[in-house]
Design a protein around this ligand. Sequence first.
Ligand code: PGA
Length: 170
Amino acid sequence: MKRMRIALIAHDVKKDDLVAFVARHGEFLCDCDLVATRTTGGRLNKAFEFSVAKVSSGPLGGDLQIAAQLADGMISAVFFLRDPLTPMAHEVDIMALLRLCDVYNIPCATNLASAELVISGLEAGRVRRGRSAGPQHLHVRLRSNAGEIREHDVSGKDAACVLDVLDQGM
Ligand code: PGA
C-alpha cells in the first residue's frame, strides 16, 4: 500500500500548536511520509522519533518547493497553520501553495479546527484501506455516463483495487 505524503508547515506563533497536533495524531502520521519547511521540520524532528523530510524555510522558498511536489502529485494533504495577524514577506509564496491545493483538489487545513477535521477523514480512510488488505468480496454496481447499470462481483486483489480507487476519490 502506497504511503501518504503529508506536508506540515507552521508559522512561528503556531509551531507549538503543530507539534501538539502531530503528537495527538502520531500513530497515524508515523505511517506517512512527512515533509515540512525547514524550521517547522526541525521542531518536529526534535520532538518525535519519526523523521520529517525538510525543504527550505518558508521565507526562502520552502512553501514553493512543497507546492512543486504537490503539482507533481506527491502530496496527499497540507497542514499549514498560518499566523493570520502578521504580514509575511513571502505571502505570495503562501498564496501559490494554497492556490495549487485548490487546483489539484488537495485537502489543505490552515487552522487547527480544520486540521482536526481533515486528519480525522484521513485516519478514517486508513481504517478502510486496512480492511482492504484482508480477503474481500464486493458486489459492485457501475453506472456508465449513458446511465447503463452493470453489476459485477469482484474478490481478492480486484476488490482491494476497487477499495483503493474509492479511497483515492475521498
Ligand atoms: P519555517 O517556514 O518552517 O521555515 O518557519 C514556514 C513558513 O514561514 O512558511
